[in-house]
Write a protein of this length. Structure first.
Length: 330
């Protein structure tokens, strides 16, 4: 496979792939009702074929009753999200697509203080978050949603005394590994330094104690995420085939793997290859350490309709989900 074609599998499994494509095609041609009638994990802004795998879904229009500093999960896991430091003030009126309501605002608060005041969101449990069991021992994962950059990046590093020091990454959204301290991930969308240049990437880790792999976009991140513009991003992780892909506004993003080898250890038996049999330690959005013990990689960004699925969805499904939203099917 060409390193510039990350959305093409390195090792194809013809029988499984063919059946999957046929099944998806048959479903897509027959469905005409919104997800509200197909499992009810959210509003009608979820493409129907994705509903059964939509483990966690946050549109930031649904605070937990009695605690506005938490966001209700509209996926099937019921994992409530903490709005860290900013609480209900982090919900802002800004529609990413027709029918959308509020968005989540994250930001660095004071770059000169080594503290814990950055606005970010997430959930954390060092022993694993039981409601995120859908991501325990899976062969694939998808992270996607709407993103809007609202400031300069990367941000000043508040953990060092050098005023010119900046973080080497900008956290967008991801699922933590089972043994994570609040930073290490299983599946993540972020901006990170790749050979001295900040790039939009999908970063994944199959084994909690294993190495990560990064699929980096070739195009300048500022072109992919222009300041002040809503963009739909998706990252898919096929832990069985050892492949990842990035998408922008429903279309595949050209890119390359930073490790040409097999960092996930998927070559050879046994099959299929799965993630560690552990519940993720949580979810992080707009920065690391959702338990609020340390600041790392803050993002001056807005987020809307973040989706975390327990399988690697197809390019056609990414495209359909984007179109489903922009055409106002909710």
């Amino acid at each position: 496979m060409s390193m510039a074609q990350g959305f093409v599998d390195r090792r194809r499994k013809p029988a499984i792939r063919t059946l999957g494509v046929l099944a998806t095609a048959l479903v897509c041609t027959t469905l005409a009702t919104p997800v509200a009638q197909a499992g009810k994990p959210g509003r009608g802004d979820v493409f129907p074929t994705l509903a059964p795998n939509l483990a966690a879904y946050y549109d930031f229009d649904h605070p937990v009753r009695g605690d506005a500093a938490k966001e209700r999960d509209r996926g099937f896991s019921g994992t409530e999200l903490d709005l860290v430091n900013g609480g209900e003030q982090m919900r802002v009126r800004d529609s990413a697509f027709p029918g959308s309501g509020q968005a989540l605002q994250t930001k660095q608060v004071d770059p000169e203080v080594d503290g814990n005041d950055d606005w970010k969101a997430g959930v954390y449990d060092a022993d694993g978050v039981p409601t995120l069991n859908a991501f325990n021992g899976v062969t694939g994962t998808t992270v996607m949603g709407w993103f809007k950059v609202t400031g300069e990046h990367p941000k000043p590093n508040s953990t060092t005394p050098d005023p010119d020091d900046r973080y080497n990454a900008v956290g967008l959204a991801g699922i933590l590994a089972g043994n994570s301290d609040g930073h290490g991930v299983r599946a993540l969308l972020e901006l990170i330094d790749v050979d001295g240049e900040l790039r939009l990437v999908a970063l994944g880790r199959r084994d909690d104690n294993g190495s990560s792999q990064t699929f980096a976009a070739s195009q300048d991140w500022r072109t992919l995420l222009p300041d002040g513009e809503w963009v739909h991003l998706a990252a898919t992780f096929d832990f069985d085939d050892g492949t990842m892909a990035l998408y922008r506004n429903g279309k595949p993003v050209d890119g390359f793997y930073t490790d040409p080898g097999d960092p996930w250890g998927v070559d050879g038996e046994p099959e299929p290859d799965r993630t560690s049999p552990t519940d993720p330690a949580g979810i992080k959005i707009g920065g690391s350490f959702p338990q609020n013990t340390l600041e790392r990689n803050p993002c001056d960004c807005r987020f809307d309709s973040l989706m975390f699925l327990d399988r690697s969805i197809s390019p056609n499904e990414v495209r359909q989900q984007y179109r489903w939203m922009v055409r106002g099917r909710g």
